[in-house]
Design a binder for this molecule. Structure first.
Ligand SMILES: [Zn+2]
Length: 456
């Protein structure tokens, strides 16, 4: 296979094996060194090469932390076996990645949980998906076909990679012929024939994110709207589209909603962090018919990143779930097995960041229990949780002091920590610890965030 001006690192000519996959649009080949995949179109539209060139230009110099979520075209194909053709070469996804579809149906998810994966892994996958869309939308492009077959996933690594970047909507080019997959398409595509755009992507992304963490399509119609099944589908996802957890209209509400997942229940969006609940309401209540109100991919990405620090472990089934600190103590239970949360309840801290000298604004909440680590990104100003904390410095940890019935924060960093509460002022240098209780204010050093103890 001969390529047109490939970048350094891509051999030319490229040796490929037999056809590996046959799709609707074209055939995929893998290079014999397993590093690359090549897509060759059967009947390309006349402007396809130009569009690919534009996509290549837009996505050619991505930083590695963005490039990992998508598969940009690296070079166009000139000839295959001596015949000229239209196609492109991209990175090959390692074979341990499989379609997201295999993970997000209730049975598939239950199987992965049995094998030791947890809901936290799914949260990371959802964050990867949001990240891929952030990269695309950041370049002014829309994907137009966001659904669970267009992401390849490695659950263990919490990683997802977006496929079909060659079908994106690029400004200045004709929109693609595919309007998306039923169940993920924004209702206005079905009702008004709107072409796929960034706003319709926002709807599909919200559906996919929630499918990934709740294991169901939250827009699934439960009523037949026409005798013709195709027409019924079109109406159910389009004109009569309705959020399954609409507060007043219960037509599409599953009968097992809110029943623990391991007892054949359906997870409610109300098990999510308050920030994710709010985005869900914006996407499916306010934004369903008003596309401008839908949350952006960036907002989803951030709320998913923050959710990782609000997880609590079930004492019975060992599953991880967002600690429901907004509910009364007696109503806090594991959404997977139904077990009530028991004492010792975790610490709930509200992180505040200094805006101007002396004025602090609330940023987000974190949930900490015995043995939890305090990472640098939690208390350093202007930091967000990194994708992986493998190389993130640990500045301290939490210990439950059973004798006194209170938590202590152990300082492992260089700054002095101070805890101010009604019972006094406590301070700790490296190796020391401060007691933490409700109402206490924690200072982690000059220029660092402060934390207000909401529960403890
Ligand atoms: Zn449980």
């Amino acid at each position: 296979m001969v390529l047109k001006d490939p970048p350094a690192g891509v051999p030319n000519p490229l040796q490929v094996g037999e056809q590996a996959k046959i799709g609707g649009e074209g055939a995929v080949y893998f290079s014999t060194d397993d590093r690359f995949a090549v897509k060759i179109y059967y009947h390309p539209r006349p402007e396809k090469e130009q569009l690919l060139q534009q996509v290549m230009k837009l996505f050619s110099n991505l930083p590695p932390e963005q490039e990992r979520f998508i598969l940009p075209p690296l070079a166009l194909v000139e000839r295959l076996d001596g015949r000229s053709c239209v196609g492109f070469v991209m990175r090959r996804v390692p074979p341990r990645y499989t379609e997201l579809l295999n993970f997000v149906m209730p049975r598939g998810a239950a199987e992965h949980f049995r094998r030791g994966r947890t809901w936290a892994d799914y949260l990371k996958i959802a964050r990867s998906i949001a990240n891929a869309v952030v990269v695309l939308h950041g370049k002014g492009c829309a994907h137009s076909d966001i659904h669970y077959r267009n992401f390849l996933v490695n659950l263990e690594a919490g990683d997802a990679i977006m496929l079909e970047i060659d079908g994106v909507v690029v400004p200045g080019f004709l929109p693609p012929q595919v309007a998306g997959m039923m169940g993920f398409m924004a209702p206005e595509i079905l009702t008004d024939g709107v072409s796929p755009n960034e706003r319709t992507d926002r709807h599909s992304l919200a559906v996919l994110i929630l499918h990934t963490i709740l294991f169901r399509n939250v827009m699934q119609p439960l009523i037949e709207y026409d005798e013709d099944p195709n027409r019924s589908e079109e109406l159910g996802w389009g004109r009569y589209a309705l959020f399954s957890e609409h507060p007043r209209d219960h037509r599409h509400r599953p009968s097992n909603l809110g029943v623990p997942f391991y007892r054949r229940g359906a997870l409610s969006y109300r098990m999510l962090t308050p920030m994710l609940q709010r985005l869900t309401e914006r996407a499916f209540l306010e934004g369903l018919r008003e596309p401008d109100k839908r949350p952006s991919a960036r907002e989803w990405e951030e709320a998913l990143a923050f959710a990782i620090d609000e997880l609590w472990g079930c004492q019975r089934c060992r599953q991880h779930f967002p600690y429901p600190y907004e509910r009364p103590l007696g109503e806090r239970a594991c959404p997977f097995c139904g077990e009530r949360c028991r004492s010792p309840y975790p610490l709930v801290l509200e992180l505040h960041e200094e805006r101007q000298h002396g004025s602090f604004f609330p940023l987000r909440r974190i949930v900490l229990g015995h043995g939890f680590k305090v990472f640098a990104d939690m208390i350093e100003s202007s930091r967000r949780p990194p994708f992986s904390r493998q190389s993130e410095p640990i500045l301290g940890h939490v210990e439950w002091d059973a004798r006194r019935g209170q938590y202590r924060l152990i300082n492992e960093g260089e700054d002095e920590w101070i805890a101010l509460s009604a019972s006094g002022r406590f301070s700790a240098r490296k190796g020391g610890s401060v007691p933490v209780q409700k109402g206490c204010l924690l200072r982690f050093g000059e220029g660092k965030r402060v934390a207000f103890v909401v529960e403890g």
